[in-house]
Design a protein around this ligand. Structure first.
Ligand SMILES: [Cu+2]
Length: 69
């Protein structure tokens, strides 16, 4: 199992949180997505380590951005 945390910018409300959760949660192997709206921290649990580029794409698909830091 792998747990990675990303910092996502642009989320402002519960709708944003569910959009990001749905898109990232749809990636193959992802078993849990936990979003902290206040900090923008998105913690992704997956069966195998995820390719950061796939996560970034999913977040962008939802309309937000992964901060590089
Ligand atoms: Cu929102």
């Amino acid at each position: 199992m792998s747990v990675q945390t990303y910092h996502v910018t642009g989320m402002t409300c519960g709708h944003c949180v569910s959009s990001v959760s749905n898109e990232v949660g749809a990636l193959p192997g992802v078993t849990d997505v936990s979003v902290d709206l206040a900090s923008g921290a998105v913690t992704v649990t997956s069966e195998q380590p995820l390719d950061d580029a796939r996560v970034r794409e999913a977040v962008e698909e939802a309309g937000y951005e992964v901060s590089s830091t």
